[in-house]
Design a protein around this ligand. Structure first.
Ligand code: GAL
Length: 966
C-alpha cells in the first residue's frame, strides 16, 4: 500500500482537528486509520472509499482475480469489498482450507500490489445468495441458534474466525497492507442479540483487528440505530444497504426507484455516511436473463441514483454490489434466488467483459478521486433554480469552500428536457448559470475548485478528472444529460449538442488556442474570468497559456467520448491514455512510458504522459507528437481466434444404484429418529441428508422392504430447494419424477413438501420377496438464515417422508443413504455430490472413458431417464498474449426433461436446462480452461423423461490482445 506521506506539521494539525485514532502503529510502513463524521482517514489524509464488491469464491481462478482487480482499479475504484464464505473453506468441523482457489492471503496480497484498499466481510453470516448464506451445512448438526450467543454456535464461529481473522489481521493498513475496514455480520438489524454483535467485535479485536469495525445495515436504518447505534453491539461505522431499483429485471423499462430514493441514511452522527452495499446490478429473480438486470441498473440509473445519493447523503464511503458477480460454480449457491450465473447484470460481466455501466463507473469514480474536497462536505445552500422543475442541491467543503451542486429534476420520475438558470453564489462570485436537465439526467457541477494550478470558478460540464502532466494542467470535462428515452437502462449520447460553459480565473488575460472543436472564449478583465462556451460534441481541445498560471489543456467531450480515457498514476505522476480497450498499468522509465493495455480492435491510442517513447505490453509502439502535445500511436488489434469443435463424444449410462442387486452394504444406514431441525419429518426415520454428513449435490437413497403384494404406490416427500427434483425406481423400474419442495414452512409446518406419489406397476413386486426402492434426490443448496428466529438454515434437504401405500398392513422400510465422497482437496467441498460417476472419477480428466461407446456428436443423442455421462476432450490453442474469454454454449430450445451438469477438467461449472433458468452459456474460466493443452469436458445428464440432447459448442465472450500476461 503506497500512501502519500504527510509532514509532521500537517499530521499534528489533523490530529488537533480530532479524528478518532483507531489503530496506531509505530513501524515505518505502518499507517494510522481513523475517521470522523466526514470520512475515513489514513495517516490523516481523507479517503473517499469507492468500493467494488467482488467475490473471489465466484471466480475459481486466482490469475483471473488479478484481471478483475485490474479492471476494477482502472474503472476508478480504490477499494474492493470482499465477503469471505465460511462454507467455501470448511468441509467439516475443524477443517479449513486456504489454499489454491481459496488462498485469501494471496488475494489480499494482490489487492495490496494494486494499491487498492479492502473492506473485509467474514460474516460469519454473509447471505450473498451463497449456500447457507455462508454457513457450512455441517453447522446444521451443531446445537444452538445460529447468529446468536448460543454456546454451540459460538464455538463453531469462533473456530472460523480464529482461522480467517489472523490472515486478515496481517493485511491491515495498520500493518502496511490493504485492509481498511472490517465488517461484522450482515444485515443483522432484523435480529436482536446485542451480545452476539459485541462478541464478534471482541473476537476480532482479540485476533488483532485494529482497523475500524463496520457493519451493513439493511432496510430500516432507523430501527437498527435505536437498538444498536450505541451500547453493546454497536459498531464504529454502520453502513446501509440500498437497492432502490428492486430485483424485478423483467420490468427494466419502467422501474425508477420502486424501492425508494436510495439515499443512504446516516446511522451514527460521529462517523461518515457509508453506503455499504449500493445496488449495482440485480439477482434475476424472474429468470429474465442478466442483460435485463443490466438494463434495470444501467448507466442512466447509475447517473441519477449514485450522484443523487452522493450529494443528498454526503456519504464518502460506497461499495457497489456487484461490480463483478461471477459464477455460482459447484453447489455454491443458495437455490431460491439464483442459478449458475451470478453475472448480476454488473458493470463487468461474468465473462470479464466491460460494459457501458463500467464506463459510467469510470466517469464517476475518476471524478470522486479528482475532486478531493468532496471528502469533507456539509450541506450548503444551493443555487436558486429559475425553473421549479429543476432542482439544485448543494454541499460545500468548509475548508476550501468548493461547492458541489446536484442538478436534477425536482420530480425524480420526470424525463422531459428542462432548462433553468441557476442563481449561483459560488466561492468566486455570484453568477447566473444556464443548465439543462435532459431526460433522467443528473449532474454534479462544481464551483471553486483548484485544478492543479488552475482555478475553476464553475462549469456546467461535469468534471471527469484532472491531472498535472509535464507541468501542464489537463482537465477532462463532459456533458451529461439523460438520453431522454426514459428507460432506466437506455443508452445513448444524450449530451451531444448540449451547451456547456466553463469559467476559469486568471490574473491577466491568458492566451486561448482552440486546438480542435468549436469553443468561444471571452475574458472579463474586471473579474479575471475566462469564459469558454461550447456545445458538447466529439472532443474539443482548448489550450490556455499565460494569465499568470501554468499552461492548461481542457478536453471537452460528450459522456461517450470521455469514456475512452484512462487515468493511471505512476511514480512520475498521472498519465492519461485515450483509446485502448483497457489500461491495466502504466509506469515511466527515463523517457519511456510502459503501458500494459488491452486492445479489442486495432486503432489509435493517444497518450498524455511525461515521456517521449511508448511501449505497450513490452513492444515499442511508434508515436508522434500531436497539436495538443499528446503522443499518438496505433494499437494492434487481436489475432483471430479459432476454437475447436466439440466432437468425439463418448457416453455411458449410469445409475447402477437403481438396480436391485446393487451392493449398498457400505452405504450409511439411515435410522435416526431425531434431528436438530425444527422442521419435523413427514415420516420416520429422519432421512435428511445432512444428518448423515451428505451436505452437497445429489444424494441416493435405497429403501429395502419385503413385499406383501398389497402395495399400490410409493408416497414420497423431498426438499431440494427451488429448481430441484427427484427420481424414483422400484426394483430397477423407473417410476418417475417429482419436483422437490422449496422448503418446509415453519408456521404452520407444511405437512406435504415436495410430494410425489408413484403407482406400483402390477406384477413388479413378488409377495414375500425383498424389494428395493431407489431414490435420487438433488440438493440445490441450503437456505440462507436472514431472519434468525425461523432457523431456516436448518431447513432439511433430501427425503423428508417416505411410505409404501398399501391395501394391507403397513410395510416397514429400512434405509441406506449415499452422497458425496470426501471433499475434493483441490476443488473443495462444494464441487461434487453423490452421483455414481462423481464418486468414481468420471468428472475428472483422465482416461476413464476409453472403453465407453463412441457416440460422435452430442446433438441428437437420445438419453433414457436416469443419469448418463458424456465425455470428450479438446485441445485449445489460443493466440499468445491475448485474453480470450471462452464459454460453453448450448444451442436449441432449453430442455425441460433433462438437466446437464458441466465439468471442465473436473471443475463443476454449472447446471443447464431442466428448469435451471434461462442460462445457455457457461463461462469456462481461463486457468481451469487450459491453453496449449488438452481439456476434458464431462457432462452428467440427469433425465427425468426420455430426452434428446441438443448441440453444444465453444464460443468466445470477448477477445483482446493483452490480458494479465500482456
Ligand atoms: C443484500 C445482502 C447481500 C445480497 C444482496 C442481494 O441484502 O446483504 O448479501 O444478498 O442483498 O443480492
Amino acid at each position: 500500500m503506497r500512501i502519500a506521506r504527510l509532514s509532521a506539521v500537517v499530521l499534528l494539525v489533523i490530529a488537533l482537528m480530532g479524528p478518532v485514532p483507531v489503530g496506531a502503529a509505530p513501524a515505518a510502513e505502518r499507517h494510522t486509520v481513523a475517521y470522523d463524521r466526514y470520512s475515513v482517514t489514513v495517516d490523516g489524509r481523507r479517503v473517499l472509499v469507492q468500493g467494488a464488491e467482488f467475490h473471489y469464491f465466484r471466480l475459481p481462478s486466482p490469475d483471473l482475480w488479478r484481471d478483475v482487480l485490474e479492471k476494477i482499479r482502472a474503472g476508478g475504484f480504490n477499494t474492493v469489498s470482499l465477503y469471505f464464505d465460511w462454507a467455501y473453506h470448511s468441509p467439516r468441523p475443524g477443517v479449513y482450507d486456504f489454499t489454491g482457489v481459496r488462498d485469501i492471503d494471496r488475494l489480499l496480497g494482490m489487492i495490496d500490489d494494486l494499491g487498492l484498499y479492502a473492506v473485509v466481510r467474514p460474516g460469519p453470516y454473509i447471505n450473498a445468495e451463497t449456500t447457507g448464506g455462508g454457513f457450512p451445512a455441517w453447522l446444521k448438526l451443531v446445537p444452538g441458534l445460529a447468529r446468536t450467543s448460543a454456546p454451540g454456535y459460538t464455538a463453531a464461529y469462533t473456530e472460523w474466525l480464529s482461522r480467517v481473522n489472523p490472515i486478515i489481521a496481517r493485511h491491515q493498513v495498520t500493518r502496511g497492507g490493504p485492509v481498511l475496514l472490517y465488517n461484522v455480520e450482515n444485515e443483522y438489524q432484523v435480529n436482536t442479540d446485542a451480545a452476539y454483535m459485541q462478541a464478534l467485535q471482541d473476537k476480532a479485536r482479540a485476533d488483532g483487528i485494529d482497523v475500524p469495525i463496520v457493519t451493513n445495515v439493511c432496510c430500516d436504518a432507523g430501527s437498527w440505530a435505536s437498538t444498536w447505534g450505541s451500547g453493546p453491539g454497536a459498531v464504529q461505522i454502520p453502513g446501509v444497504d440500498d437497492y432502490p431499483q428492486s430485483f424485478d429485471c423483467a420490468n427494466a423499462e419502467t422501474a425508477w426507484g420502486p424501492w425508494g430514493e436510495g439515499v443512504t441514511e446516516r446511522v451514527r452522527t460521529d462517523g461518515p455516511g457509508y453506503a455499504a452495499e449500493y445496488q449495482a446490478g440485480a439477482i434475476d429473480l424472474n429468470d429474465t436473463g442478466y442483460e435485463r438486470c443490466r438494463e434495470l441498473t444501467g448507466p442512466e440509473y447509475m447517473r441519477f441514483f449514485y450522484k443523487n445519493n452522493a450529494i443528498a447523503s454526503g456519504s464518502t464511503m460506497f461499495s457497489y454490489y456487484m461490480t463483478f458477480g461471477g459464477t455460482n460454480w459447484g453447489w455454491l449457491s443458495q437455490p431460491n434466488d439464483v442459478y449458475t450465473s451470478y453475472d448480476y447484470g454488473a458493470a463487468i460481466t461474468e465473462g470479464r467483459q466491460l460494459t457501458t455501466k463500467y464506463d459510467e463507473f469510470k466517469r464517476q469514480g475518476y471524478f470522486l478521486a479528482a475532486a478531493r474536497p468532496l471528502t469533507k462536505t456539509d450541506p450548503a445552500p444551493g443555487p436558486v433554480s429559475g425553473n421549479p422543475a429543476v432542482q439544485a442541491a448543494a454541499r460545500a467543503n468548509p475548508d476550501t469552500g468548493t461547492q458541489f451542486v446536484l442538478v436534477r429534476h425536482t420530480d425524480r420520475a420526470a424525463s422531459t428536457d428542462d432548462a433553468s438558470t441557476l442563481d449561483w453564489n459560488t466561492p468566486d462570485g455570484r453568477y447566473r448559470v444556464p443548465v439543462t436537465v435532459t431526460g433522467r439526467g443528473a449532474q454534479i457541477l462544481v464551483a471553486g475548485l483548484d485544478l492543479g494550478g488552475q482555478r475553476l470558478v464553475y462549469s456546467t460540464s461535469e468534471l471527469m478528472t484532472h491531472a498535472t502532466i509535464d507541468g501542464r494542467d489537463i482537465a477532462v470535462l463532459y456533458g451529461s444529460g439523460g438520453d431522454g428515452s426514459g428507460g432506466a437502462g437506455s443508452r445513448g449520447d444524450g449530451d451531444r449538442g448540449t451547451a456547456g460553459e466553463t469559467v476559469l480565473r486568471y490574473r491577466e488575460r491568458p492566451r486561448v488556442r482552440v486546438v480542435e472543436g468549436t469553443v468561444a472564449s471571452s475574458f472579463d478583465p474586471a473579474t479575471g474570468d475566462l469564459r469558454l462556451a461550447y456545445r458538447h460534441d466529439g472532443l474539443a481541445r482548448v489550450e490556455i497559456t499565460g494569465g499568470g498560471r501554468r499552461p492548461a489543456l481542457l478536453l471537452l467531450g460528450t459522456h461517450e467520448t470521455v469514456a475512452s480515457f484512462w487515468r493511471m498514476d505512476t511514480g512520475r505522476g498521472p498519465v492519461l491514455v485515450r483509446g485502448a480497450h483497457l489500461v491495466r498499468n502504466a509506469s515511466v522509465h527515463a523517457e519511456t512510458l510502459r503501458l500494459r493495455a488491452d486492445a479489442a480492435a486495432g486503432g489509435p491510442i493517444e497518450i498524455f504522459a511525461p515521456a517521449k517513447r511508448v511501449t505497450v505490453n513490452g513492444t515499442a509502439t511508434p508515436v508522434r507528437r500531436t497539436a495538443s502535445g499528446s503522443l499518438l500511436g496505433t494499437l494492434r488489434g487481436p489475432d483471430p481466434v479459432r476454437l475447436p469443435e466439440l466432437t468425439g463424444w463418448r457416453g455411458h449410462d449410469e445409475a447402477p444404484e437403481a438396480r436391485p442387486d446393487f451392493d449398498d452394504s457400505r452405504w450409511t444406514v439411515a435410522d435416526r429418529t431425531t434431528s436438530l431441525s425444527p422442521y419435523p419429518p413427514v415420516t420416520q426415520p429422519v432421512l435428511y441428508a445432512d444428518e448423515y454428513g451428505y451436505h452437497y449435490g445429489n444424494v441416493w437413497y435405497r429403501g429395502r422392504f419385503t413385499a406383501t403384494g398389497a402395495e399400490t404406490a410409493v408416497k414420497l416427500n423431498a426438499i431440494t430447494g427451488r429448481r430441484g427434483s427427484y427420481l424414483v425406481w422400484l426394483n430397477g423400474r423407473y417410476l418417475g419424477t417429482a419436483k422437490g419442495g422449496v422448503e418446509a414452512d415453519a408456521e404452520p409446518n407444511n405437512p406435504d413438501p415436495g410430494p410425489g406419489t408413484f403407482a406400483v406397476p402390477p406384477g413388479l413386486l413378488t409377495p414375500g420377496q425383498p424389494a428395493v426402492l431407489s431414490v435420487l434426490v438433488e440438493n440445490m443448496g441450503h437456505n440462507d438464515d436472514w431472519t434468525v428466529d425461523d432457523n431456516r438454515m436448518r431447513q432439511p434437504r433430501g427425503l423428508v417422508g417416505a411410505a409404501i401405500v398399501t391395501a394391507g398392513a403397513s410395510v416397514p422400510v429400512s434405509w441406506r443413504i449415499q452422497g458425496a465422497g470426501p471433499a475434493d482437496p483441490v476443488r473443495g467441498p462444494l464441487n461434487n455430490g453423490g452421483l455414481y460417476g462423481e464418486r468414481n472419477g468420471w468428472s475428472l480428466p483422465g482416461s476413464v472413458d476409453r472403453r465407453w461407446p463412441a457416440i460422435g456428436a452430442l446433438a441428437g443423442t437420445a438419453v433414457p431417464p436416469g443419469v448418463s455421462w458424456y465425455r470428450t476432450s479438446f485441445r485449445l490453442d489460443l493466440p499468445r498474449g491475448h485474453d480470450v474469454s471462452v464459454a460453453l454454449n448450448f444451442d436449441g430450445p432449453l430442455p425441460t426433461g433433462h438437466r446437464v451438469m458441466i465439468f471442465l477438467n473436473g471443475w463443476n461449472l454449472g447446471l443447464y436446462g431442466g428448469g435451471m433458468g434461462p442460462q445457455t452459456r457457461f463461462v469456462l474460466p481461463a486457468g481451469l480452461l487450459r491453453d496449449g493443452a488438452v481439456n476434458t469436458l464431462a457432462l452428467a445428464v440427469t433425465a427425468r423423461e426420455p430426452s434428446v440432447l441438443g448441440p453444444v459448442n465453444l464460443v468466445t465472450l470477448g477477445v483482446q490482445r493483452g490480458g494479465t500476461a500482456g
